[in-house]
Design a protein around this ligand. Structure first.
Ligand SMILES: [Zn+2]
Length: 445
């Protein structure tokens, strides 16, 4: 056996102890993560580390407002990812890294950072369950500390503890964002999203249909056919105008079977009289109230501790300064919010007009992205150009309407034909009634 220089064994022992230490540290961190305690150096965007307890997260009001805006624009505002990115950058909102640097946290980014939002940073916000109040850690694993290489960890191995801190967005909003994200949405040049983007699929292979304009017409055809060839799927080409007319007709065949127009009107009316019902505002307001209460409690406790001699006068003054600063920030946010609420309640008339127009015929005049997202789960195009249209509500209990000539097939309302002769098979894949779906549609602008 070859004799190794003395460093051999020592190096080995040194390596062993470094390894032991790293295992010890890792398992200590794992225990903390399992308990839902935050172990990162910097709190996730939208949160701060709680003063005095770096394992807990508290809401950073300023960044949390941005997070809520991103969710609102993307879900209720029906903006594409790119449009959200452009709006944030146009408004001069610093991206999470720049924001943290501005707050004095020395967050270094090995790739450099221009302070601008990107599609991936917005996507990260929209898909982070931390905003539901859950502590989610261990999504990535560092493979090499030197190269700053990170690897994605399978979801089953994440450390998820629910309800460890205050949520910034509601479960409904998060779920809606998740659904839209998973639909692999294509956007138009204007930044708008085509009404059926992510909803329209080839009935044969299940792939998305791609949009193509030529000779003055816009058509959709199977992506598998277009990208892989005719041996894998058929073209299934359908003209956009024919498709949109058919889908709109299918929607109107349902909406004109709604049950109780009066109650819909009454519900939307009473909801729009209360300005705080506008999306997000009630949450924001409650959150600010709670934050203000929290600051007051921190101050009270500091005062009590000071009075009992548990903290020094200097410490007390420092805490008081921080509290006062936070309180004035929070009050300013509250003032801004109530201004926003005032502006919004002025707008409810517009939505109200839309409802009045709808109630005249119980039909919609045009297929919009909002209409498609709220009512449709899936639209499949088959080889014979027939459609399967899946709704997100239950079958209306009222019989097919007889008032409109084109509200076709009285015998079997699940099999209809559009004015252009497109055969449509209707599937109901939801629990809520058509009246409830309409109420939700008109509630959110
Ligand atoms: Zn196909």
């Amino acid at each position: 056996m070859e004799k190794h220089p003395e460093t051999g064994t020592q190096g080995m022992a040194g390596w062993q102890s470094a390894f032991d230490a790293s295992v010890r540290i890792r398992s200590k961190f794992d225990i903390k993560r399992k308990r839902g305690e935050f172990i990162g150096a910097f709190a996730p965007y939208g949160y701060d580390k709680a003063p005095g307890n770096s394992d807990a997260l508290i809401v950073d009001v300023e960044a949390a407002a941005v997070v809520r805006d991103i969710f609102a624009w993307y879900t209720d505002g029906h903006m594409s990812l790119g449009a959200v990115v452009r709006k944030l950058n146009a408004l001069g909102v610093p991206n999470p890294t720049k924001y943290k640097n501005q707050k004095g946290l020395n967050l270094r980014n090995p790739h450099g950072n221009d302070g601008l939002w990107s599609a991936s940073s917005v996507r990260r916000v929209l898909s982070n369950e931390v905003y539901l109040g859950h502590m989610v850690q261990g999504r990535e694993k560092t493979v090499s500390y030197k190269a700053h290489k990170a690897m994605r960890v399978p979801r089953d191995d994440w450390f998820v503890v629910e309800g460890t801190h205050k949520a910034i967005v509601s479960g409904d909003t998060f779920e809606k964002a998740r659904q839209i994200l998973s639909r692999n949405v294509k956007t138009g040049a204007s930044g708008g999203v085509y009404p059926l983007a992510g909803i329209l699929k080839c009935g044969e292979c299940g792939k998305a249909m791609s949009r193509k304009s030529s000779k003055g017409y816009t058509c959709y055809c199977c992506r598998t056919y277009r990208e892989k060839g005719a041996q894998f799927c058929g073209p299934h080409t359908i003209r956009e105008d024919v498709l949109f007319r058919a889908v709109l007709e299918a929607i109107n065949l349902q909406t004109c079977r709604m049950e109780d127009a009066r109650s819909l009107l009454r519900r939307v009316q009473s909801a729009s009289e209360k300005p705080q019902v506008a999306p997000g505002f009630a949450d924001k307001q409650a959150l600010l109230e709670k934050e203000l209460e929290g600051e007051a409690a921190v101050f009270d406790k500091a005062y009590y501790d000071f009075a009992r001699g548990l903290i020094s006068e200097a410490q007390f003054i420092r805490i008081r300064e921080i509290c006062e600063k936070r309180q004035s920030e929070l009050s300013a946010s509250k003032e801004m919010l109530s201004q926003e609420v005032k502006n919004t309640s002025k707008n409810t008339g517009v939505q109200y007009a839309g409802l009045m127009m709808f109630l005249k015929n119980k039909r919609f005049p045009v297929l919009t992205r909002k209409l498609a997202l709220d009512f449709l789960g899936l639209v499949c195009v088959y080889a014979d150009k027939s459609l399967e249209i899946r709704f997100r509500f239950a079958a209306p209990s009222a019989p097919p309407c007889s008032k409109h000539g084109e509200c076709a097939n009285q015998d079997n309302p699940r099999l209809s034909e559009s004015r252009d002769g497109v055969k449509m098979k209707i599937v109901y894949a939801g629990e809520m009634s058509i009246d409830e779906a309409l109420y939700r549609y008109f509630l959110k602008v």
